[in-house]
Design a protein around this ligand. Structure first.
Ligand code: NAP
Length: 258
C-alpha cells in the first residue's frame, strides 16, 4: 500500500533501537526523511547510516536526552516536521510504597511532559500547513495496569488524557494525533524487564521468556518491524479519520472485549 507520505519530514524520538527504530525504518521505507534521536551517539549514527543506505532517504541524527529541555531544543531546531513520533525510555519497575516525589517527577517528565512539550512545539506549524501526524508511543499498561510499572501507568495515563482532548482540538486543521500502545515486544527494554524477573524469581531468562510468551495469545513477543509498520500507517494519508485513538498492539494479551 502506498502510504502517501513520500517526501514528508518526521521527527522520531528515542529511535536508535527498539520500537522507535522500527518506526523510523517503516517511515523511511515509505519515503519519509527523518530526524532520529537517542542519547548514545555511536548506536544512533550507525542506525541513521543503516537507514540512509537501505532506503535512500535523508536522515539527520541528533544525539541528546529527549527528556531535557536542551535535548528537545536540539531536535526541534531541525524542524519543521510533518510527522512527530514521541518516545523515550520507560521508568524502572518497583513497588508502590517505595516511589518518592522525585521518582514521580522524573517519570512524569519523561513519559508525559516531554511528549506534551514536543506536541506543543510542532502542532502550530502543522496546523498552519493544514496537515500533520503525531503518534505517541505509550504502553498497553494504559489499558491494563502492570503493577510493578506504576510510575509508567501513572505518567502515561496523564499523557493519554492530554491527547484525548487535544487531538479533537487540532483535527479540524488536518492534524491527526493517536497513541500506539505496545504490549510485549522483543527489544532491549523487554530483556531488561525479563532480567529483573530472573533476579526476583531465580529462574532462567529462557524460562521467563517462555512463560511470558505463553501468556500472549499469539504465543510470542511482537517485533519492532510489526510495530513500526503500524506506526507508519498511523502517520499515513489513510489515517485522516482516526482521531485520539489508543491502538493496542499486544498479540491479544489484554483479555477484553473492547
Ligand atoms: P529500547 O529497546 O530500550 O529502546 C529505547 C530507545 O530509546 C533507544 O534507542 C534509546 O537509546 C532511546 N532512549 C531511551 N531514553 C532516551 C532519552 N531519554 N532520550 C533519547 N533517547 C532515549 O526500548 P523499547 O522497547 O523500544 O521501548 C520504547 C518505549 O515503549 C519505552 O517507553 C517502553 O517503556 C515502552 N514499552 C515497551 C514495551 C516492550 O515490550 N518493548 C512494552 C510496553 C511499553 P539511548 O539509550 O542511547 O538513549
Amino acid at each position: 500500500m502506498d502510504l502517501g507520505i513520500k517526501g514528508k519530514r518526521a521527527l522520531v524520538c528515542a529511535s536508535s533501537k527498539g520500537l522507535g527504530r522500527g518506526s523510523a525504518e517503516a517511515l523511511a521505507e515509505a519515503g519519509v526523511d527523518l530526524v532520529m534521536n537517542a542519547r548514545g551517539v555511536e548506536v544512533l549514527e550507525a542506525a541513521a547510516a543503516d537507514i540512509r543506505a537501505k532506503f535512500g532517504v535523508k536522515v539527520a541524527a541528533v544525539a541528546g536526552d529527549i527528556t531535557t529541555e536542551a535535548g528537545r531544543a536540539a531536535v526541534l531546531a531541525q524542524g519543521p516536521f510533518d510527522i512527530l513520533v514521541t518516545n523515550a525510555g520507560g521508568p524502572p519497575p518497583g513497588m508502590w510504597s517505595d516511589w518518592s516525589r522525585d521518582d514521580f517527577i522524573k517519570a512524569l517528565d519523561a513519559n508525559m511532559l516531554t511528549p506534551i512539550a514536543l506536541m506543543q512545539a510542532v502542532l502550530p506549524g502543522m496546523m498552519a500547513k493544514g496537515w500533520g501526524r503525531v503518534v505517541n508511543i505509550t504502553s498497553f499498561s494504559v489499558k491494563a495496569p502492570i503493577a510493578v510499572l506504576g510510575l509508567s501507568n501513572t505518567a502515561r495515563a496523564g499523557l493519554t488524557g492530554f491527547v484525548a482532548g487535544t487531538s479533537r482540538q487540532v483535527a479540524g486543521k488536518g492534524v491527526i494525533i493517536n497513541n500506539l500502545l505496545p504490549g510485549i515486544h522483543a527489544t532491549d527494554r523487554s530483556i531488561a524487564l525479563d532480567a529483573a524477573v530472573v533476579k526476583a524469581r531465580g529462574i532462567s531468562l529462557q524460562e521467563v521468556i517462555a512463560e511470558r510468551a505463553a501468556s500472549i495469545p499469539v504465543g510470542r513477543y511482537g517485533t519492532a518491524a510489526e510495530f513500526g509498520a503500524t506506526c507508519a500507517f498511523l502517520c499515513s494519508q489513510h489515517a485522516g479519520f482516526m482521531v485520539g485513538q489508543n491502538i493496542v498492539l499486544d498479540g491479544g494479551a489484554i483479555n477484553a472485549t473492547m
